[in-house]
Design a protein around this ligand. Sequence first.
Ligand SMILES: [Zn+2]
Length: 324
Amino acid sequence: MIKTVVGSYPVVIKEPESLWERVLDIFGIYDRYKYAIERAVRDQLDAGIDIVSDGQVRGDMVEIFVNNLYGFDGKRVVGKVEFVEPITLNDIKFVKKIISKYSKDKGIKGIITGPCTIAGSVRVEDYYTDNRDETLIYDLANALKREVESIQDYVSMIQIDEPILSTGLYDLDTAKRAIKRICENIKVPVALHVCGDVSSIFQELNTFNVDILDHEFASNRKNLDILEEINKKIGFGCINTKVKSVESIEDVKNLLNEALEILKNNPLFSGVQSNEEILKRLNEYMMVDPDCGMRLLPVDIAYKKLKVMVNASEEFERELRERA
Ligand SMILES: [Zn+2]
């Protein structure tokens, strides 16, 4: 199975050290986040992640986007929301450079925060009526689509983060139309990441125009039930990102085995007999990742958790193969 991350990684900033860096700093062009990106990418690659992120180190998931879209002043909406220029493209190109020295088989996940989650996290002062104004959500979708178009040639998949959908605060039909707008004519697979309990909204999510649904299962066992009916590829969150304690390989393998037992009832797995066929189906339909972003964890814990996830998923596959 492909191993990936949801997105954010602990931010390890490096202050200017060398003379050259200090000179750049005097001119205000020293980039404190470059090292943070490099650290995030190297840790992911060292841990064995196949599709890495840039670590989303430049701010929280809302800041990264609103700071670079027209119509915002900080987290306040002051005018019509519009795309200005690519937001994450330069960092993605930098990640590409890092991984090219490492291995040819690694990919990058391009990540955008979804229109409903952005709309729900800002203060609407002008132009739109409130946080749930459909025009605001669709304007955000149009702007974010431009961002996706600008990065799609450099990434192997796109992920749209819409954690707010599990709170019930947003109309799912509006969210679905907004996401459809973003995904239309995009050349790479698109995942929708919704953390939290999705058991009550899952039937609707299953009809969204995305290729992959990505949810948390380690910290939310109730979500396991959706595996019986999911008709898309699964981003299987199997590491609890809310606690600092590092799970054991055994814990993660048990969760994967539990998931597999439920998946066997899913039409996607119909007709499979041997463990070899199960492995093939798993490779086709499931990727593993942590439950959510890792930004708030200490960096050594985040790394250890990724390593456990990679080792557990490889052992799980090996044991399944040996049982074949
Ligand atoms: Zn999340």
